[in-house]
Design a protein around this ligand. Structure first.
Ligand code: AOF
Ligand code: ZN
Length: 368
């Protein structure tokens, strides 16, 4: 159904889409290549939200290079949109430009589109095919797909541990278990996320900034703190810079002054109680979905990681494993042993890579 030439052009379109990895959210990362008579006449990728989609960039690029897109084939990593969002529909632009073929990697999971873009193109007499390198496009937009289909972000929990799965010494000392390369790699995953979430235990223990520093990025993800009793110290580094979002279990009664003090600083405080004095993590995830968070990057301690896992809020583990042993030190997840092996938490290894002296293992919850 697809030729080697089609593959090569779609691979190029995917490479273009990757250029939007740190900038397009909450929109998906999309790339587009226009080809006429075997020659690439225009290329583009999604610009920051509110600006041009990939197809529009590619059409503009072709025209700027003196080419007429009429009769060309558009390779696009996501179904062209059919709706008026912040920008007009790309399907209309492709029809008006009189392209003759559109090859898409995957359908747009956005319910406002979901097949209508492809239909619109077909109705205009354009030859349309979908499904070329679909998996690659899906991986690039896994968070967008999650938000569109499940109304919640794709939740990726990052941990750095010794080979025996320990993340810190019993006194909490945890810095630099893994090497420089793994730390830098971790920052690329922070940078692609819409938001970075941590817990009060980590703030009190490590006073982290939770910003992207090891890689260049024009956009810092929103920082989110889970702090059920609003114990965050006024001078916590997390509260510096752009205001983070704080989820707590109560903002009334004795907690009202704490909430007020944060709100006075422009920090949004949201109470999502679970009835047991803790934050309802599932409700929090839905709230993050409403706020257009596609990929949520979690870096916290074993307690919050354990709670997220228990409540079915984790999709993926991003684990950096160092070639060292720490013995009876801090575990990765605060999880009770299952009553039987049948009840163990099952995962699937997605990828295993060597990063400097460490391993990077991406494992996904079997159900995700
Ligand atoms: C495309 N090409 O490059 C992207 C698409 O508010 P808007 O107008 O920017 O529309 C956002 C929606 O458009 C987004 O939710 C998704 O469905 C689609 N993204 N579509 O044709 C692109 N980024
Ligand atoms: Zn579009």
């Amino acid at each position: 159904m697809f030729s080697d030439v089609d593959f090569a052009h779609m691979e190029r379109a995917l490479a273009l889409a990757v250029r939007g990895l740190y900038t397009t959210s909450p929109n998906p990362r999309v790339g587009c290549v226009l080809v006429n008579g075997g020659v690439v006449i225009g290329e583009g990728f999604t610009q920051p939200a509110g600006q041009d989609h990939a197809e529009i960039r590619a059409l503009k690029d072709a025209r700027a290079r003196g080419h007429d897109p009429r009769g060309s084939t558009a390779y696009v990593t996501l179904e062209p949109c059919s709706h008026f969002g912040r920008t007009p529909p790309c399907a209309n632009a492709l029809i008006e430009a009189k392209v003759s073929r559109v090859i898409a990697a995957m359908e747009d999971p956005n319910p406002q589109v979901s097949g209508r873009g492809l239909q619109k193109l077909r109705a205009a007499g354009i030859e349309v095919r979908c499904g070329l390198l679909e998996r690659e496009s899906y991986e690039l937009n896994i968070g967008f797909v999650s938000r569109m289909t499940r109304r919640r972000p794709w939740v990726r929990v990052k941990v750095a541990a010794s080979l025996d799965g320990r993340t810190a010494l019993p006194d909490g000392a945890s810095q630099w278990i893994t090497g420089e390369a793994a730390r830098a790699d971790g920052h690329t995953w922070r940078a692609r996320a819409c938001a970075i979430l941590t817990g009060i235990g980590t703030v009190l223990g490590d006073d982290p900034q939770m910003t992207v520093r090891a890689v260049e990025t024009p956009r810092q993800p929103l920082r989110i703190l889970v702090d059920r009793n609003l114990d965050v110290p006024a001078d916590a580094r997390l509260l510096e810079g752009p205001p983070p979002l704080v989820f707590c279990a109560r903002d009334d009664g004795e907690f009202a002054p704490r909430a007020a003090a944060l709100r006075e600083r422009g920090i949004e405080v949201v109470a999502v109680p679970n009835g047991e004095g803790k934050v309802d993590l599932t409700a929090m995830m839905l709230k993050l979905g409403e706020r257009a968070i596609n990929e949520l990057h979690v870096e916290a301690g074993h307690k919050l990681h354990g709670s997220l896992l228990r409540e079915g809020c984790v999709d993926e583990l991003l684990m950096y494993v160092a070639p060292s042993l720490l013995g009876h030190a801090m575990p990765m997840f605060n999880l009770a042993a299952p009553a039987s092996l049948d009840e163990r938490t099952r995962l699937v290894f997605h990828s295993v890579d060597r990063i400097g002296d460490d391993l990077r293992i991406i494992a996904r919850l079997a159900a995700s």
